[in-house]
Ligand binder design. Structure first.
Ligand SMILES: *Cc1c(COP(=O)(O)O)cnc(C)c1O
Ligand SMILES: [Zn+2]
Length: 441
């Protein structure tokens, strides 16, 4: 059986394109495009057969199936040649039982999906392997593409630069100057990308890159390009797989441009369509209160698209005021009986630090998701019986300034409640002993 996928208008007007066309919008109605699959063809394997195939391939060394993405190749990008795939064996990140944190808040079945434990330190690797592989295939087929370009809040650019470098494809990165962490700025520099640091915010970079990629020789790598979403949709599938194909009650995900929540939903819906699961989790979308357009729209029952001028937030990877994948995300939230909540700077920073005290090392975006979790539990919207998964989107090591400033009580709008600054002492055994005896009984 040959499996097949194509691009199709998200607004249901029926317009279709090839996966390998350089196009991001429907020419008829202007809607974004989604990757669609020949579901009838995929039904040639039973749900049990798909499960065992995916389980067998997990972490295997048979190229490219050991990747968390390419182990599910038939569901993601079936028609690509394996030799053109660009993969770092992304995915298969650990699903951490947050035993101590869960016990503290009264949700013993609490899990943190550690997507930051990945090649470039964020879950952007999941989608970027698919996009860069597709470009590599297009180049092999003789398409005249000079470079791949993306606007970024820091993690997309790190992933793009790494995967493009691995494939020998030039990459162009547009970053909002002073609004990404030092680690995130250095990552694409190290990988040899052309890094353009612009005097604007993410939304400003996004509109420039959209204009730039009207030139078909510069390929757009932002998540309005649904090839990214296809890779990122593996996250929901992988979580269910890690629970032995059981569906959790809740998944909480931090959200900015809204590509990732859309992807999470797509993967789970595909599993249901192919019979691997027969229920859906509920999804909670977590936004920083300083960049909360989806939250504001949710409050009106998604009556209309809302954009805001995003204010500074420590959760800089989701400091986005005009989310591109709004329509996709609303569809998903409706299908999953979803909710949207927000966390203030004080809530996200203290939530992140509280989780760190239980052995995690959370990025500020994960702090937003945790802040929302804590509030939902307090309001009784999650109960002690619920199995809850928090998607941790990046590694905390990318956000050192955030951590240092928190522990020095120097984050604006934050009252540090879990601070643990180092004690500065003279090199004197008595002083050291005194300090230990004061701190530890
Ligand atoms: C990209 C990103 C998000 C949000 O994903 P969107 O698709 O922009 O909603 C959250 N956390 C981190 C660390 C990210 O890099
Ligand atoms: Zn259309």
């Amino acid at each position: 059986m040959t499996y097949h996928s194509w691009l199709e208008c998200t607004r249901g007007c029926g317009t279709q394109y090839s996966i390998y066309d350089v196009i991001y919008h429907c020419e008829k109605c202007g809607g974004l495009l989604d990757v669609e699959h020949d579901i009838e063809a995929l039904k040639d394997r039973s749900s049990e057969k798909w499960k065992s195939l995916f389980d067998e391939r997990t972490r295997s060394n048979q190229w490219p199936y050991g990747s968390g993405i390419w182990g599910k190749k038939e569901w993601i990008l079936p028609q690509i040649n394996n030799e053109n795939i660009v993969s770092m064996y992304e995915g298969h990140t650990n699903l951490f039982w947050a035993r101590q944190l869960g016990a503290e808040i009264g949700v013993p079945d609490l899990w943190v999906k550690q997507c930051g434990n990945s090649h470039t330190g964020s879950f952007k690797d999941l989608g970027m392997t698919v996009l860069v592989s597709a470009v590599n295939q297009m180049l092999a087929d003789g398409k005249p593409i000079r470079a791949v370009a993306a606007a970024s809040t820091g993690d997309t650019s790190a992933a793009l630069a790494a995967y493009a470098a691995a494939a020998g494809i030039p990459s162009v990165i547009l970053l909002p100057r002073g609004k990404v962490s030092t680690a995130q700025l250095v990552q694409p520099i190290a990988n040899g990308a052309l890094v353009l640091s612009l005097d604007t915010d993410f939304d400003g970079c996004m509109s420039i890159v959209q204009a730039l990629t009207a030139d078909p020789t510069i390929y757009l790598a932002n998540s309005m390009n649904s090839l990214r979403i296809e890779g990122q949709k593996s996250i929901g599938i992988e979580i269910v797989q890690q629970f032995g194909w059981e569906v959790p009650d809740w998944i909480i995900i931090p959200a900015g441009n809204l590509g990732n929540v859309s992807a999470l939903g797509r993967g789970l819906l595909m599993m249901r369509e192919l019979g691997l699961i027969n229920s859906l989790p509920r999804i909670a979308c977590a936004q920083a209160a300083n960049a909360n357009p989806l939250y504001l729209s949710y409050k009106t029952g998604f009556k209309e698209y809302v954009s805001v001028e995003a204010q500074t937030t420590s959760a800089s990877a989701i400091q986005i005021g005009a989310p591109v994948s709004y329509e996709r995300a609303v569809k998903v939230l409706r299908a999953f009986d979803g909710v949207v909540d927000q966390a203030s700077e004080d809530e996200l920073a203290n939530a992140s630090a509280r989780a760190d005290r239980t052995g995690l090392y959370t990025c500020p975006q994960t702090g937003v998701a945790l802040g929302v979790l804590f509030k939902m539990v307090e309001r009784g919207e999650m109960t002690p019986d619920d199995r809850v998964v928090v998607i941790s989107t990046a590694h905390g090591l990318k956000f050192t300034d955030f951590k240092v400033n928190y522990h020095e009580n120097a984050l604006s709008g934050v009252e540090t409640r879990y601070g643990n600054p180092p004690l500065e002492l003279s090199a004197d055994l008595g002083a050291v002993n005194d300090a230990i005896n004061r701190a530890i009984r």
